[in-house]
Structure formats: C-alpha cells, structure tokens
Design a protein around this ligand. Structure first.
Ligand SMILES: *Cc1c(COP(=O)(O)O)cnc(C)c1O
Length: 358
C-alpha cells in the first residue's frame, strides 16, 4: 500500500504533536476515579468554565458523552428528537436503544440543522399510545451536514420550543469549538440553553483520546455513576487529560487555519469539470463533494487518490468527504485538489452515474 502523505480522511486522524507529547509526559497524575487526578480535575474545571456549566466529567470518547447524556435524560420508551444525519442515529451502534431503551424520531433538517417549526411538528401530543417526547439533541457543528454551524438564533428558537414542551436539551459539541472559531459566538453562548453539552478532544483539537461532558453539578454527579457503571472511570488518566489541557490552550484559535484550508480546497475542486461542491457552504473543516458527473464512483476516486498517497473517504456512491486538521497544510490541500483534477482527467469522459442514494 502506498504511504499516506496527505490525510484528509477525518480530523480524528491527527497525531499528538511533540509539544503535546511533552505535556503528557510531564503530567501530574493521581487516581482519577477517586477524583484525585490533578490534571483531570484541571481539564474538567477548564471545560466547565469554557462551556458555562457548573461541572464536567472526563470520558474516553464523544460517543460515551452522548450515550451517558441520553441515559441521564431518557427512560425506556422515551423519544429523542434529532436530525436524521446525527451521530447518535447513525454511528453509535444503536446505543440509545440498546442502553437507554430510547427511541429516536428523526427530523429532516437542512445540512443537519432543523428548525423550531420542524421540532414543533415532531413533538408528540401527550397520549397513552405514543412514546413520550423527552430529549432534543443537536450537533454543533453538524458532521454529516458538512460542518454546518447552527446559528445562535436557531438554537434559541429550537430551545424555546423544547422548553415549552418540557423537553431536555443536549448538544453534541464534537466540533463546538470549530463553530466558535468560525463565528463570533462563544462556546458558552452556544451551550447556554442546553442541559448537557460536550466537546471532543480527539477531533480537530488533536488529542489522542478523550472528551468532556458538562452540565449542572447534579447532572454530572449522575453522569459519574454511569461512567463508573459503563467502565469509563479511569486511574492515572492525567497523562491523557494533559493533552486536553494543552489542546485547549494551544489548538483552539488555530482551527481557523483548518477552516481556511477547507474553503480553499473546495474552491480549487469547484473548478474541476464534473465535481459538484459549493465552497460557500464550507463553514468549518469539512468538505463534501459529489463526483457523479465524472462517471467515477466515490470509491474509485478514493482508491486512485490513495495510490497517490492522498486519503479522502467515500461517504456514499458518489459523495466524498475531505476534512482538514492540524496535520494538513495549505500546500497539502493544494496538492490534494490537483490530484483530484488529475485522476478525473485521466479517467476521461464517462457517462454520469445515476443517483441511487447511498
Ligand atoms: C466523532 C463524533 C462523535 C463521537 O466521538 P468519538 O470521540 O469518536 O466517540 C459524536 N458526534 C459527532 C458529531 C462526531 O463527529
């Protein structure tokens, strides 16, 4: 296999920098599950403050943050309202059903963002026959929506509907800090109406592992019990928490570079015949582009790029997803765009691939 030189597969593919590794090596540690790890305690205090919440808990992954939040908010038979593209629906192995016994009612948002009206229509009237609507979950930014930033006003409108119906609110903030950097809104402002919210350390922030879930002291106290129960309580976890502290101090502002590189990549590939992409829609670090008109499938293009040392994933039959991050430079995205152009040119004219969905 050709060595991967330019990795646009995902912002999960970042490697800890030498400076981050040095911070990890120097970390003060203790027994995390007894609350005695100073680095973990510092990371959770920093994150709670950043998100404007009373308390926070360090967890191994964003998926566990979502699942524990669902467990906090829902009883078996309750319903979660969330966009059809959301991670909870598509990428957590049915955890909401398997662990909390919750159902999901999906909303058909635009690029992962649904409206207050759509939510209003989705909330069930109270009835013995219907599941109980219980939780509204939003993804800031929307991953499968293309890194879309939920506008603060839309979040406020959605939250107002949720409150009126007595529903709990959860924000999957895997890329919340990308939204913050891309807008003039702070993380705490975005998170304000939400009962629970988390940020991922292992995406664009560049840590090897970890995510932090925040909420009221009461919610986080209960989250700790689930963490213990699910086997997420750790020991000398300061080694990994130190990476998170380092990232919050050094890797947030630089997300702007990733956003600029993603936009630049989109602008470059938009000039390639047969490639459909709207650079204006690239608000953060994610670029979806469609290649149906080139006659190549996404998998074929992805494979040919891999042969050139460039990794871009196929997300459906004709759609690819490229994600920028701290291991990808401006020359890298330029080279990747030129490689897309060259592979398509080399394939020559072909009949357009008919839409068959995924
Ligand atoms: C990656 C991701 C998750 C899950 O995070 P992990 O740390 O990989 O478990 C959840 N939600 C969204 C939107 C994500 O992109």
């Amino acid at each position: 296999m050709t060595e991967v030189r330019i990795n646009l597969y995902s912002d999960t593919q970042t490697k800890p920098t030498p400076e981050m590794r040095a911070a990890m090596a120097a970390a003060e540690v203790g027994d995390e599950q007894r609350g005695e790890d100073p680095s973990v305690n510092r990371l959770t205090a920093m994150t709670a403050e950043l998100l404007g919440k009373e308390a926070a808990v360090f967890l191994p992954s964003g998926t566990m943050c979502n699942q524990i939040a669902v467990l906090l908010h829902c009883r078996p038979g309750d319903e979660i309202l969330t966009d059809r593209t959301s991670h909870i629906v598509n990428a957590e192995a049915g955890g909401a059903a398997a662990l909390a016994g919750a159902m999901v009612r999906t909303l058909d948002g635009v690029h992962g963002v649904f409206s207050a009206e759509q939510l209003e229509e989705g909330v069930r009237a109270k009835s013995r026959h219907a599941p109980r609507s219980r939780l509204v979950a939003v993804e800031q930014t929307s991953n499968q929506g293309g890194g879309t930033v939920w506008p603060l006003a839309t979040l406020g409108e959605v939250a107002a509907v949720a409150r009126r119906h007595g529903l709990a609110l959860h924000m999957d903030g895997a890329r919340l800090l990308n939204a913050t950097v891309a807008s003039s809104v702070t993380a705490a402002e975005f998170a304000q109406p939400f009962d629970t919210v988390w940020v991922d350390l292992s995406k664009g922030l560049g840590c090897p592992v970890g995510a932090v879930l925040a909420g009221s002291s009461e919610a986080i106290g209960e989250a700790w019990q689930w963490k213990q129960r699910l086997g997420g309580a750790m020991r000398q976890a300061g080694v990994i928490a130190a990476a998170g502290i380092y990232a919050l101090e050094h890797h947030v502002e630089r997300l702007a570079e990733d956003h600029a590189n993603a936009r630049h990549f989109a602008e470059r590939i938009a000039t390639i015949p047969g490639v459909a992409v709207d650079p204006e829609r690239v608000e953060t670090d994610i670029v979806f582009f469609d290649v149906a008109a080139t006659g190549l499938t996404a998998a074929e293009l992805s494979e040919r790029l891999a042969g050139l040392g460039i990794r871009i994933g196929a997300s459906s039959r004709t759609l690819l997803r490229a994600v920028t991050h701290l291991d990808v430079t401006r020359p890298d995205v330029e080279e990747a765009a030129e490689a897309v152009r060259a592979v398509i040119a080399e394939a020559g004219p072909r009949p357009k691939i008919a839409e068959t969905g995924a």
